[in-house]
Write a protein that binds this ligand. Structure first.
Ligand code: C2E
Ligand code: CA
Ligand code: CA
Length: 527
């Protein structure tokens, strides 16, 4: 039978674990989502920067091409004739630093120096059109970009100054690495020239290629595309996520800790096996030897501690959980006492309190059979205690069950005798074997003569019914002496309080055979 979910969320460890999960899982998921978003943003930002830069680059190239177009007609003409036009192109066309005319392997006319013989290598131009150089004869460490336009009469070379290129690369004002690549040469945003591939090419970057030119713009990321980088640059989002997860975890902590319905709390405790059996000795009147025990249920609650049965048994009876709870402690006691059975006297009484609801359930018979199966035959006498306050309905089903219990050798005790209204017919119908005189009568012994008469009447009634009597709640020696010869068994704090099974086995069975009074001192300590 299942009463609610299988996870026991009231256990402190489970509660902590679930709360941690509720915190950690969204935190991980949120961080992952933020990281994906952060990387997409970095990429978008770099793409924007690369695109802007490439746009500028194409504008510069268009101007250089324009200068080339205007200088081309002068190829082959004397330098002196070309010079004014070349110089005016430098002055008029934006970004142009010099315009040069070449034939064969040399430049023969420059806008800067006029007629000059400067060697140049046409093959060094990427696709015959562009060359990024570290410097020239005039300024060796000052990069420049040469744009070549060839014709059958030679080639025009228009040079764009490296400062313009650096300006263009810095145009986005973002703290991101950005580079221009022309053929196999590179230029960074600070104007540094690289003849080989720089580190940026192997890192995360965006690359845009110019249409029709062997020119690319490489834009890296303005910050590290890692979790650490995100924590540094997206701290607001992280704090927001942290606050959200912490709030969520706090709500979960509160939800798991809030009081549940008594029934679901009992169901949880049952699954967690928090109901434990305590044993109280039953002694023979006169000899005061331990002849058996009554099993009394306790709830070992993880937060509250030990809970008395009268605080939870009524609720357990009302919701039907008393049946599996009783099965649980019967199984537990069976196992524990079976391990000690050679130390038990033969016919050792083991009494369980059974509520009326249980008597309508066929599982009771099976529970009793399973309990007795732990012991060698005759070692224990299983007694079911039924309270007189809760009379059973003698319907055919219940009577058949009690008949079967009787055949199994199970004895019945009428608990709290004297407080209810059981008739002789009733006691005979159910084959009751013992009457347990309620402790309220025993407490009256030695008080005043009128009360003692009441006790005597109850004892007398029990005798007349011909049943064995058990006096409950014997607390004083005076009570024990008064009851001697009148009842068969005594039970009460005078002989021992209810204690856990292990403690009972260690302290009581170790002294089995001794009068129980010999151990009462040790057991008078609170259970
Ligand atoms: P009960 O069956 O009448 O059990 C006797 C009660 O008297 C026990 O209380 C026991 O600890 C207490 N007692 C024993 N000797 C003395 C004494 O000398 N002086 C005083 N003042 N009290 C004494 P406990 O264990 O608190 O149990 C209370 C009731 O809860 C039980 O009364 C029984 O009706 C019920 N109960 C306990 N365990 C179970 C169980 O497993 N199933 C069911 N259905 N009811 C149970
Ligand atoms: Ca009882
Ligand atoms: Ca009782």
């Amino acid at each position: 039978m299942r009463y609610c979910s299988d996870v026991d969320t009231a256990r402190p460890r489970t509660r902590v674990l679930i709360t941690l999960l509720v915190f950690v899982l969204p935190m991980l998921l949120g961080n992952w989502a933020l990281l994906v978003r952060y990387r997409a943003d970095l990429r978008w930002e770099s793409r924007q920067a690369a695109s802007n830069t490439l746009g500028l680059m194409e504008t510069m190239l268009a101007h250089a091409e324009q200068a080339n177009d205007q200088a081309l007609p002068f190829l082959g003409k004397p330098c002196t004739e070309a010079m004014p036009t070349l110089r005016s192109l430098v002055a008029m066309v934006p970004f142009v630093r010099s315009v040069n005319l070449s034939q064969g392997d040399s430049i023969y006319c420059t806008s800067q120096f006029g007629l000059r013989e400067i060697p140049y290598v046409a093959d060094a131009y990427s696709q015959g059109r562009l060359r990024l150089m570290e410097g020239n004869l005039v300024r060796r460490q000052h990069p420049l970009l040469s744009v070549r336009a060839a014709s059958p009469r030679g080639a025009v070379l228009t040079v764009i100054d490296g400062d313009y290129l650096s300006f263009m690369l810095n145009f986005n004002h973002r703290a991101m690495p950005i580079m221009l690549r022309v053929g196999d040469s590179w230029l960074d945003e600070e104007g540094h020239f690289f003849a080989a591939e720089p580190p940026l090419a192997s890192q995360d970057h965006v690359r845009l290629q110019a249409a029709g030119y062997s020119i690319s713009i490489y834009a890296g990321y303005s910050s590290q595309p890692t979790l650490l980088g995100m924590w540094r640059h997206r701290d607001f989002g992280i704090w927001l996520l942290l606050g959200f997860c912490a709030g969520f975890a706090a709500i979960m902590w509160w939800l798991l800790g809030r009081p549940r319905s008594p029934t679901s709390e009992l169901a949880r405790a049952l699954r967690a096996k928090e109901f434990v059996p305590y044993l109280q000795p039953l002694v023979e009147s006169g000899s005061e030897r331990i002849m058996g025990v009554e099993v009394l249920m306790r709830w070992q609650h993880p937060d509250v501690g030990l809970i008395r049965p009268d605080l939870f048994i009524p609720q357990a009876e009302a919701c039907g959980l008393i049946v599996p709870m009783t099965s649980l402690i019967m199984g537990e006691v069976g196992l524990r006492l079976a391990a000690e059975q050679e130390r038990l006297p033969d016919g050792f009484h083991v009494g369980f309190n059974i509520s009326a609801a249980h008597c309508r359930d066929d599982s009771l018979l099976e529970d009793c059979r399973r309990f007795l199966a732990h012991f060698v035959p005759g070692k224990v006498t299983l007694v079911l205690e039924l309270t007189e306050r809760e009379l059973l309905v003698a319907d055919p089903h219940t009577l058949a069950l009690f008949q079967a219990l009787d055949e199994l050798g199970v004895k019945l005790a009428m608990d709290d005798f004297g407080t209810g209204h059981s008739s002789l017919v009733y006691l005979q119908q159910f084959h009751v074997d013992y009457l347990k005189i309620d402790q309220s009568f025993i407490a009256r012994i030695g008080t005043e003569s009128l009360s003692e008469h009441i006790v005597d009447n109850v004892i007398d009634l029990g005798h007349r019914l011909g049943l064995a009597l058990v006096a409950e709640g014997v607390e004083t020696r005076e009570q024990a002496e008064y009851l001697e010869g009148k009842v068969t068994y005594l039970q009460g704090y005078l002989f021992g309080r209810p204690v856990p099974v292990r403690q009972f086995c260690d302290e009581q069975l170790g002294r089995e055979g001794l009068p129980a009074t010999g151990v009462k001192e040790a057991l008078l300590e609170p259970a």
